[in-house]
Design a protein around this ligand. Sequence first.
Ligand SMILES: Nc1ncnc2c1ncn2[C@@H]1O[C@H](COP(=O)(O)OP(=O)(O)OP(=O)(O)O)[C@@H](O)[C@H]1O
Ligand SMILES: [Mg+2]
Length: 241
Amino acid sequence: MTGTGIRIERLTKRYGVGDTAVDALKGVDMYVAPGEVVGLIGPSGSGKSTLLKSLGAVIEPTSGRMTLGDEVIYDDGWRIDDLRALRRDRIGFVFQAPYLIPFLDVTDNVALLPMLAGVPNGDARKRAMELLGALDVAHRARGMPSQLSGGEQQRVSIARALVNRPPVILADEPTAPLDSERALAVIRILHEMAHRYETAIIVVTHDEKIIPTFKRIYHIRDGRTHEEVGQGVDFAEVLRA
Ligand SMILES: Nc1ncnc2c1ncn2[C@@H]1O[C@H](COP(=O)(O)OP(=O)(O)OP(=O)(O)O)[C@@H](O)[C@H]1O
Ligand SMILES: [Mg+2]
């Protein structure tokens, strides 16, 4: 992805119809540059997950426009045919819950996506191991998901989101199950990934500890966003505080 990053314009999402309809997004504008990590913050029910799911083609928005790189993917309707390929190849998801595959060990949970994309098994596992090391779970590489703690499972799911080096990563409260030191380690890795691979990353969070690390923050309230300059403090400083 070169040049344009993620662009969201006038995006709306209405769930349901008639009297019970809910307008979850009422005209959201957002931009994330390649190599940038932005925070998305807002109260419960403000539309954060709806926005990420729309961008990730998990749900269909109601109107507006979304651009990834130089391709318009949605303009009052999908503008690409293969949404599954979009989700698989261009977007990494990190959810609040890890959703690991229970019958594959940790390494293969991470290596599966590159294997499916045609990377030789040995190379895919090597790439998986590197990320597991960076996320401080390499010692659990041969374990099964059910044998890991919640925080360990979450770090494995982050490795899985990063392993195909997608140009876009969408993280919905990725640090919720982690202690503050590990939460910061995860955010640091996201910043490094963004920088190294020109990834555009959106992180939904309530986590007070990581909010100061964003240079730019979007606040969402009642289905509308506004942008704010963040502190963008570096990690050593946050860890000392
Ligand atoms: N499938 C659905 N059908 C109907 N309404 C929905 C659906 N999903 C979400 N909503 C409503 O849309 C609004 C936005 O929900 P969303 O899940 O995006 O909020 P959120 O900001 O992620 O909240 P939280 O911080 O609690 O995760 C809420 O009013 C919610 O009740
Ligand atoms: Mg949510």
